[in-house]
Ligand binder design. Structure first.
Ligand code: ATP
Ligand code: MG
Length: 365
């Protein structure tokens, strides 16, 4: 490339709000953000003007679109936050700054943000596997259900992501909105948590008001949150218990299509926690009894501990990670014919290679 041109590029004036890789944005000159700062125009170009066909879904904070960054060609998910009830620019940038420092294999990566005028957008890595909800709870006629090992690996990954947020991130982060739709999957069914810490962004001030959004995720809320509005790491542990129960049972946290006594998953399952003989009754019928019994006992015990009313006696996520670590391998006592059926389901499904190799090697040894 001729020198002149290089010089021209180097000296190119940056558009306001296009200062990639950190610092000085409008009134947030003190905020050091380790994520790209995009202009609204760039993100409009990435999503072809937020075209309907690129809409991935809509949650409590706004709409999410699939996009392709014009410069790098990277495929991303662009979350356009609703403008009502948003925090000020500085609070938004502070929050983005904190989130942009987080890196873990089980967290969706925040690539960048946009704070152009009154627009607030977040740009994330695109996860092609969709949500755990769509593989577990919304499965269509031709969709294969997740097998046991894949469910356990999803639970283990979610636990590790949460452990990172609680114990390793500085300052510690409370997820605040853990649920199956916020557990995204990559092409190998590895889970990544999305929307950690974001629930704060939709509300000015510290107090999260009781809104339709809170009601929507009601089935995942710890009792102390419903009663006092207080959120701690232990409320995340409770929500994790609900996600774990959904993975075991294939039932929704709240399902108003079920008879009254079965609408609330936790209330339905909790009486059965007392007797291991009853554990198989709560397992997702779509697993067709393809699960190791010992592992079922252990995982139900973990769920029961996470779902305790009293927050202080729930385990820490680090304890949960240790407990689930033992459950992600196919155990020796898992009958060979069940292993084979599990691996068949995996390969038809295109599940993670790891999962298949694990099962095949055990079967063919
Ligand atoms: N990084 C991503 N990669 C791929 N798809 C995504 C990504 N982030 C979100 N989505 C998709 O967009 C949909 C909407 O996400 P959004 O977070 O707005 O809603 P939600 O998770 O249902 O609710 P909440 O606002 O409480 O998180 C998700 O269900 C998912 O299908
Ligand atoms: Mg979400």
């Amino acid at each position: 490339m001729p020198e002149e041109k290089k010089g021209f590029q180097g000296g190119k004036k940056q558009r306001p709000g296009c200062n990639h890789n950190q610092k000085s944005h409008g009134n947030a000159h003190q905020v050091d953000i380790k994520a790209q700062n995009f202009t609204f125009r760039e993100l409009a170009a990435a999503t072809k003007n937020f075209r309907q066909e690129f809409l991935l879904g809509q949650g409590g904070l706004g709409r999410v679109y699939r996009g392709t960054l014009p410069k790098s060609g990277q495929v991303v998910a662009v979350k356009q936050l609703d403008r009502h009830g948003l925090q000020g620019n500085n609070e938004f940038l502070q929050e983005v700054s904190t989130l942009s420092l987080l890196h873990h294999d089980n967290l969706v990566k925040l690539i960048g943000y946009c704070a152009d005028g009154d627009q607030r957008l977040l740009v994330y890595d695109y996860l092609p596997g969709g949500t755990t909800e769509s593989h577990l709870l919304d499965i269509g006629q031709y969709q294969k259900p997740l097998n046991w090992i894949t469910r356990m690996r999803i639970a283990y990954g979610v636990a590790q992501g949460l452990e990172y947020l609680h114990d390793k991130a500085n300052p510690p982060i409370i997820h605040r909105d853990l649920k199956c739709s916020n557990v995204l999957l990559d092409e190998n069914f590895n889970p990544r948590l999305s929307d950690f810490g974001l629930a704060k962004l939709g509300h000015a001030g510290d107090k999260i008001h009781v809104s339709s959004r809170v009601m929507r995720t009601y089935g995942y809320c710890a009792p102390e949150y419903t009663e006092t509005g207080q959120l701690t790491a232990k409320s995340d542990v409770y929500s994790f218990g609900v996600v774990l129960l959904e993975l075991i049972t294939g039932r929704r946290a709240i399902d108003t299509t079920k008879p009254n006594a079965e609408q609330n998953l936790v209330s339905w399952a909790q009486p059965k926690f007392r007797s291991p003989k009853l554990f198989p009754e709560i397992v997702d019928p779509l697993l067709h009894e393809q699960f190791p019994e010992k592992a079922l006992n252990q995982v139900v015990a973990v769920a029961a501990m996470c779902l305790q009313e009293e927050a202080s006696v729930r385990p820490l996520m680090s304890d949960v990670v240790t407990a689930l670590g033992f459950l992600v391998e196919i155990p020796e006592d898992f009958p060979a014919h069940k292993k084979a059926r599990n691996s068949e389901a995996n390969s038809e499904h295109g599940y993670s290679l790891d999962v298949r190799e694990n099962s095949y090697s055990s079967v063919h040894e």
